[in-house]
Ligand binder design. Structure first.
Ligand code: SF4
Ligand code: SF4
Length: 211
């Protein structure tokens, strides 16, 4: 009997998820229906702009990796703008070799374990973000602090050994930079897998778009 109850519970959960998905699809279709041609073109332009920016960034990073960091040092102001939000590169030169090593490390982890890509997979055309998408993500019920603080926790940054984490002060030196906004950090979290991986106590998923 109890097994049957569990099965029923699973079916109810599944149906609930389906209803949410269907509603989301219906709302999205409705939304697209109201989009004018001008809006569509401007939206497309935005999407292309974001994708282009990411592709250029990845090419820049790829070049730096192939040249063992040489191109990153030769174009230091560009790297500084991308990772630290300023052309004044000299205070940040000490981070350059750490970023290159981290890039090799992440690439190696991804090649070794396909599952690892879920941590870093950000769609090329997605908008840059300065916080998680609150349509899908909510503060966890156990989180008693303000939304704009992690209250000293740096677990997710430490777990991937991020070179931009200033451990002494517990701050991110790349906060709000191009890299931060366009890639994982600004939009974290966006899947349950990420929350589980980092054992993050702050966020919970309302609806997982990857499900
Ligand atoms: S928030 Fe900053 S320190 Fe943390 S992972 Fe992102 S870039 Fe690194
Ligand atoms: S694991 Fe969660 S609470 Fe901790 S720093 Fe990351 S986002 Fe903040």
């Amino acid at each position: 009997f109890s097994e049957e109850r569990y099965i029923n519970k699973d079916i109810i959960m599944y149906n609930k998820k389906q209803v949410i998905k269907n509603k989301t699809i219906a709302t999205t279709v409705e939304h697209f229906n109201r989009v004018s041609i001008e809006q569509f073109i401007s939206w497309l332009t935005q999407e292309l702009k974001w994708a282009m920016a990411r592709i250029l960034f990845l090419l820049y990073g790829g070049l730096a990796m192939i040249s063992f960091g040489l191109t990153a040092y030769l174009t230091a102001p560009i790297g500084s703008k991308l990772f630290f939000g300023t052309w004044k590169f000299w205070p940040y030169l000490k981070y350059y070799h750490r970023i290159i090593i981290q890039a090799y490390r992440v690439l190696w982890m991804m090649l070794k374990d396909n599952e690892y890509t879920f941590l870093f997979a950000v769609p090329l055309t997605s908008e840059p973000r300065r916080g998680p998408d609150r349509n899908f993500i909510a503060l966890s019920g156990n989180w008693i602090h303000e939304e704009n603080t992690c209250y000293g926790c740096v677990r997710c940054c430490e777990k991937i050994s991020c070179p931009l984490l200033n451990k002494k002060e517990g701050i991110c030196v790349g906060y709000d930079s191009f890299y931060w906004n366009y890639f994982l950090c600004g939009r974290y979290p966006f899947t349950q897998k990420q929350i589980d991986y980092y054992a993050c106590e702050k966020w919970r998923i309302k609806y997982d778009p990857m499900d």
